[in-house]
Design a protein around this ligand. Sequence first.
Ligand SMILES: [Mg+2]
Length: 315
Amino acid sequence: MREFALIERLAQRLGSGRADTRLGIGDDAALIAPPAGQELAITTDTLIAGRHFPFETPAFDIGYKALAVNLSDLAAMGADPAWVTIALSAPKLSADWCDALLDGALAAIGDHPVDIVGGDTTRGELSLTITAIGCLPAGRALRRSAARVGDLIAVTGTLGDAAFGLQCWPMRDRASDDQRFCIDRLARPQWRPGAALRGLANAAIDLSDGLAADLGHILAASGIGARLAIDALPASAALTRACDAESRRRLQWSGGDDYELCITLAEDRLDSARAALDCPLTVIGTIEQQPGLRAFDDNGQAWGRDGERGWDHFS
Ligand SMILES: [Mg+2]
């Protein structure tokens, strides 16, 4: 398929959406009119076959994940997602493959008012670069540097499923139901609408590289530390059944690709934050003055071995 044919195909399927999209696909550039008093949050991410997703990944899942990881980054800033561009590099393009990719992208967008306003295709190794733009009231972004001593630390959803799904990927054709659940969580992560947490959370980050690493970014940016209850980390029923307890803890602690949100917030905002979300929000620890990330089990014993703690590289 020639490039213009793909762009035309996208444009035909997308139609008109937001009123503040003045011009979508079809000219040299899109035109958008950000609402007055709003800031734009802009993020971009590249997914490369063989590195960020297996070569055999279905086109639907590639499109889904590429959108989800970018919308998750906007969510972690507290922004409402609004516009997206898609740059695709592929060895060859078929109409069916492109349609499946777009189906996945649109599924990740779901009901959110997001317009795909541009795209580009080139021949090359399979990769997908998404740029996502969101809006939020000026000065209201959820920044990594805003955690405060005494804040609770909380995460959405469950942790560790995607990392376990990656372990199960080679045996996907004979996976159990629990393994299949985790493989699907890896392929189609559920990004969380973090805009609902504006004014409630202090700091936020989405969990792409694992709890220890990503919470570590908040701690470093905020110049503080944290104490976590390792047995409080939320786990899916599937992961709990599929792994022994210690394997599960390690996956929850350092496994990536879950795209849940990790936030810090004042204790008196917890109920409001829970009410604002359509998913569970679990308290897993507290922010402390002492730098570094410490985990304890239910017996009050320090958890983790050297090299597994995740905080060694930033403490
Ligand atoms: Mg992120």
